[in-house]
Design a protein around this ligand. Structure first.
Ligand code: 3PG
Length: 389
């Protein structure tokens, strides 16, 4: 149990809030504001409790450099709409402008600081950088569940310098996901896909003892297909993860469901032809871009019997509508289940939102990597650094 904002008196105090405002933005336009809406309750609570609210976050991965397209201005504007209140914005997260803006804040005012990852000290969890950030405030509220697996200056470092408590979103995510894993309802299924194979395969290995069945798609499935000796043509897979995939198949092949048919696109991609082939028949010039219809039927059948389902990652190249069919089918099936359903990760959540299925999912997590690591039982460093209750 960790302390939360309810355990501290924030009235009249400068409060540094680490939120995860890392939302997809294309040409200045926010494509999905789930994380901003999820951050709002804590900001509202602090404002209404008389705090002076200083919000920080990363956006994208600028790796210590200033990248104009990764400034938080559109995020601050959208937050102002969501909160229906003025939101100030600074062009740096530390230094004279940030110091002046934070010390000039009046009770109930909110300022969003610039992208913390514009500074190399953020990713390096540099103590000089975290003490400069912490110096802007008197209390630290960490509400960035989606970044809780990163031991960065703004997630872990500042907790060394300030009393650090969980925000409402952090508290909610922890309690729902903890409950989910404490008493899983069987059959307990996971649907895993998308990129970040090496991280996901490690997590899959840790989760496996708790799961009854794992349905795999995307490059994660391709890595297992390759590990089984199936031809994968030009498809993306992770060579480094092949041994882990073989080990998992050796121990629990009966739990792993791989595609039995796949949609392939023939390379070069510009020629654009695509067709469905059996999993054993991917041609040397083919690239797997989606699950096939027989696989979608298999997965639907298995899902319909589930007591609980967790889903992270698309089953195909779902940013191309022609290859989003498998992911779309699975999203609709999951939404129709009477089982407890928990979805996390950018592309899966985006699919659920774009099909307007959000109300039919038991819990939509704001986390991607953090969601999976938490479910696998890892200690997330940013949660560990909060004050114990
Ligand atoms: C996410 O999108 O999962 C979080 O914002 C963390 O981002 P990162 O993977 O770039 O650290």
């Amino acid at each position: 149990m960790k302390k939360t904002i309810r355990d501290v008196d924030v009235s009249g105090r400068r409060v540094l809030v680490r939120a995860d405002l890392n939302v997809p933005i294309k040409q200045g336009r926010i494509l999905d504001d789930l994380r901003l809406r999820a951050a709002a309750p804590t900001l509202r609570y602090l404002r209404e409790s008389g705090a002076k609210v200083i919000v920080c976050s990363h956006l994208g991965n600028p790796n210590g450099a200033v990248i104009e397209a990764l400034r938080l201005d559109p995020v601050a504007e959208r937050l102002a709409d969501i909160l229906d209140h003025e939101v100030l914005k600074t062009d740096d997260c530390v230094g004279p402008e940030a110091v002046t803006a934070s010390s000039a804040l009046k009770t109930g005012e909110i300022v969003v600081l610039e992208n913390t990852r514009f500074h190399p000290g953020e990713g390096a969890n540099d103590s000089g950088f975290s003490s400069r950030l912490a110096g802007l405030a008197e209390i630290f509220v960490n509400d960035a569940f989606a970044s809780a697996h990163r031991a960065h200056a703004s997630t872990v470092g500042v907790a060394r310098w300030l009393p650090a408590v969980a925000g409402q979103l952090m508290e909610k995510e922890i309690s729902i996901l903890q409950r989910t894993m404490a008493r899983p309802l069987h059959p307990f299924l996971a649907v895993l896909g998308g990129a970040g194979i090496s991280e996901k395969i490690d997590i899959l290995e840790r989760l496996l003892p708790k799961l009854d069945t794992v349905l795999l798609g995307g490059a994660l499935a391709t890595t297992f297909m390759k590990a089984k000796g199936l031809p994968v043509g030009q498809s993306i897979f992770d060579r480094e993860s092949l041994d882990t995939a073989r080990r998992i198949l050796g121990r629990a092949a009966d739990k792993i469901v791989l595609p039995r048919d796949v949609v392939i696109q023939e390379t070069p991609a510009e020629n654009g032809r695509h067709r469905t082939v059996a999993a054993e028949a991917v041609p040397p010039e083919g690239r797997i871009v989606d699950i096939g219809s027989h696989t979608a039927d298999d997965m639907t059948r298995l899902l319909s019997k589930a007591g609980m389902v967790i889903w992270n990652g698309p089953l195909g190249v779902c940013e191309r509508s022609a290859f989003a069919t498998g992911t779309e089918i699975i999203a609709r099936v999951i939404a129709e289940l009477r089982a407890v359903t928990v979805v996390g990760g950018g592309d899966s959540v985006k699919m659920v939102s774009s099909l307007r299925l959000g109300n039919d999912i038991s819990h939509i997590s704001t986390g991607g990597g953090a969601f999976l690591e938490f479910l696998a039982g890892h200690t997330l460093p940013a949660i560990a650094s909060l004050l114990d209750a």
